[in-house]
Design a protein around this ligand. Structure first.
Ligand code: HEM
Ligand code: NAG
Ligand code: NAG
Length: 515
């Protein structure tokens, strides 16, 4: 379950000493009527206003989004409702609107704008994703269609990274580790092989800046969102993460720049390509598919930074959760290992598509601990009336209560129960992809749904499976004596895993990873 842990909040807050002024700011906020509203006000049945001010409502949301949205979902059922955040009036549409919302094109309901708004583009540098769709095109047109070609490269990098990072010897016995930073390094490096190729995937300048960029971005977002919008330009000045944030794009340009420039020139002059330029990697493909304005060093380097943002921590969270969930429910372990063993004598790149128990387990893990509890976030670009008559005015922020839907007993019997084979047993044994980890549906919303769903989900599925297979076939895990599954914590609509939790792992005697 999503448990909100006070420890993690105080850890976070203690690094921001100036926040001792937070109560004073909130009182001030109470006295002032919202003066700047980025998004348009709408009049639905407002929910979550147990306090009379927007800022108090925002604090309520910041610390208890799951409860707040869950109660609204139960109370309003088939109707839309609205709650307040400091930065927007959020309209939550009912589950029955998922299908329709998911088919609206971006000129009516724009998902990228909502993402940019949520991640505070003007303060985190992310506003540049509004300038082109390159970050989307590279994933959809290049990364996903080339997954088969990338598979041996990813396996190779993952294997090397595991050798560098994890305990090596069987007789080392149990070793206490912080799994979060280990899996973060593993994921950053493995995915970097596909994102930036062998020239940079072990380059610590690139890896550190990719990882730190995301962590600083979320520090900035989580803290700024605690304040009313008019204070953001003032508060940000006091935040180290805000200032560091400006450096990551610069460092992406410095690290990747010369390579990108050389490749741009090589293409223009139709020169023979040196070996690195022919590797399958998003960096090479980016230079190939960039058009017009996009063909400049800064844009291409920044797009690589966004791939890291979209990919690394989302995949880390899933791998970490899967290992924790398996350790908490060891009864699934043999079934998952057997599924791999059954394929291992004829293992090839298509084998990942046949691991339906693993798909099911990963999906259940994501159902109970998704990266965000809201889904299908959109900003309306024009007035639009849904089939049920709800008018969504231009400028409104709309979304659905993804976590509440995935924990609704009407769609998931005994939703509080972790059932690792939940979607596996729903499958009919056919080859249909309906129950895979990457599949979406009107009640399976971790990646969004429909045409606008996450384009990176097939890549994510492959990388997560690869690393889970490696970890469960070669290692064993257990929680520290007397401790259970480490808790996640929720700030605003985001879910984070704690980086400091420790578990024990040891190398298996008869470890048998098929690749
Ligand atoms: C388990 C891991 C991941 C999760 C849970 C996840 C989730 C999501 C969600 C919910 C969206 C928004 C969809 C919507 O608009 O409704 C999204 C968009 C996106 N994701 Fe993922 N994602 C994951 C991994 C990745 C990876 C590995 C990549 C890149 C290789 C990626 C690239 C993108 C891109 C480019 C977008 C579109 C952004 C835009 O609209 O401008 N994602 N993802
Ligand atoms: C992979 O192995 C399967 C059998 O498990 C086989 O049917 C398939 O043709 C192989 N694919 C490739 C690309 O080698
Ligand atoms: C959109 O709807 C609002 C009412 O919510 C109305 O005042 C406005 O004129 C409409 N705009 C357009 C372009 O139809």
């Amino acid at each position: 379950m999503l448990a909100f842990s006070m420890d993690s909040w105080s850890d976070l807050l203690s690094s921001y000493a100036f926040l001792q002024f937070l109560p004073a700011v909130l009182v001030l906020g109470q006295l002032l009527v919202s003066s700047s509203r980025a998004l348009r006000k709408v009049s639905f049945a407002s929910y979550g206003l147990s306090f009379h001010s927007r800022y108090a409502a925002n604090v309520n949301f910041m610390t208890n989004a799951v409860g707040l949205i869950g109660n609204g979902y139960d109370k309003f059922q088939e109707k839309a409702f609205q709650f307040l955040r400091s930065d927007a009036d959020i309209i939550v549409l009912p589950q029955s609107a998922v299908q329709e919302l998911s088919t609206l094109p971006p000129n009516i309901a724009d998902g990228t704008k909502a993402l940019e708004h949520d991640l505070m583009g003007p303060y985190t540098g992310l506003n540049f994703i509004l300038q082109s769709r390159l970050h989307h095109r590279i994933v959809q047109r290049k990364l996903t269609p080339n997954l088969g070609i990338l598979t041996p490269h990813l396996e190779d990098e993952l294997g090397k990274a595991v050798e560098d990072l994890f305990p090596k010897e069987v007789n080392d016995g149990w070793t206490e580790v912080e799994l979060y930073p280990l899996l973060l390094s593993l994921t950053a490096r493995t995915s970097a092989r596909a994102f930036v190729g062998t020239s940079f995937c072990r380059d610590s300048r690139w890896l550190n800046s990719a990882v730190n960029f995301v962590e600083d971005l979320f520090r900035t977002v989580v803290i700024l969102r605690a304040f009313p919008g008019w204070l953001h330009p003032i508060v940000c000045v006091f935040m180290p993460s805000y200032w560091r944030g400006k450096g990551y794009f610069r460092s992406a340009r410095q690290v990747l720049g010369p390579y990108i420039q050389e490749r741009l020139d090589a293409l223009d002059q139709k020169k023979d390509l040196r070996e690195a330029f022919t590797e399958p990697s998003a960096l090479n493909w980016l230079v190939d598919i960039a058009e017009g304005d996009e063909r400049n060093l800064a844009r291409l380097a920044h797009t690589e930074t966004v791939l890291s943002l979209a990919g690394i921590h989302t995949m880390l969270l899933r791998q970490l959760s899967v290992i924790y969930d398996l350790t908490a429910h060891p009864e699934y372990l043999e079934g998952l290992r057997q599924e791999v063993a059954d394929l291992s004598s004829k293992w090839n790149k298509t084998s990942y598509g046949q691991l339906r128990k693993l798909d099911s387990f990963m999906r259940e893990s994501q159902r109970l601990a998704p990266p965000t509890v809201l889904g299908l976030k959109r900003i309306m670009q024009q007035n639009y009336t849904l089939q049920d008559g709800t008018l969504l005015p231009k400028g409104a922020y709309v979304c659905v209560a993804a976590y509440a839907i995935e924990n609704d007993p009407a769609f998931y019997p005994e939703p509080e129960k972790f059932d690792g084979l939940r979607s596996f047993t729903q499958g009919d044994g056919s080859d249909s992809n309906k129950h895979t980890f990457a599949a979406t549906d009107t009640t399976v919303l971790g990646f969004g749904h429909g045409k606008t769903a996450c384009p990176g989900r097939f890549f994510a599925s492959l990388v997560i499976k690869m690393s889970v297979i490696k970890l469960i076939t070669e290692y064993e895990f257990e929680f520290l004596p007397g401790k259970g599954r480490p808790k996640n914590w929720v700030a605003h609509e985001f879910l984070f895993a704690s980086p400091w939790d420790r578990v024990r792992m040891r190398k298996r005697e008869k470890g048998s990873c098929p690749f």
